[in-house]
Write a protein that binds this ligand. Sequence first.
Ligand code: C5J
Length: 230
Amino acid sequence: MTPRIDVPAEPSPFPIVAGKTALILIDMQRDFLLPGGFGESLGNDVSQLLKVVPPLATLLAAARAAGVMVVHTREGHQPDLSDCPPAKLSRGAPSKRIGDPGRYGRILIRGEYGHDIVDELAPIDGEIVIDKPGKGAFYATELSTVLTEAGITQLLITGVTTEVCVHTTTREANDRGYECLVVSDCVGSYFPEFQRIGLEMVKAQGGIFGWVAASAAVIPALSHLTTIPT
Ligand code: C5J
């Protein structure tokens, strides 16, 4: 029998299944989170995202201890911008576009300091890092193959921003048949109202494309997984 633990979640308990569950950390990158970075240069309040880091670091540690697969994503583009559609490139403030120089290197360009993940959540050996050119982590990436090959069916989704890359990825995953739990205190938006409504949207209508629970509900379940004999 496959060990499975139900996490108290909305709109109903969410099954975490040993060996079939992955923790996804979406775009916890310096460009989005750090003061002086791309996100702040667009006028955003990065403190709204930074408050996600401590609970997410705790959840990450629990997932690692439980042997749960960990996948990090980074939004960004090739230095020559060949993978950035003109419609994406032309958006934003004229002086702060993808590829322009920023405080932490060229904005959202692979290999630049700002493109990488914040130190507190840095991937460790054995963890998957998916570089994605879009908002959704499945678009133009190897994520689907990686999850399929690992036999993953349950996703614990975290990261930033709630209403953009977290939502897009959760919707993509739901359409591909994954069961997705969005961890409410481990996702963040620059806009408190988008955070609130973004979470409401996931779990509305009987869980239209997912479940929602706080890390305080998920962590005990992860700890429990390790105590169940397989
Ligand atoms: C955005 C993201 N907001 N990771 N990216 O442009 O949500």
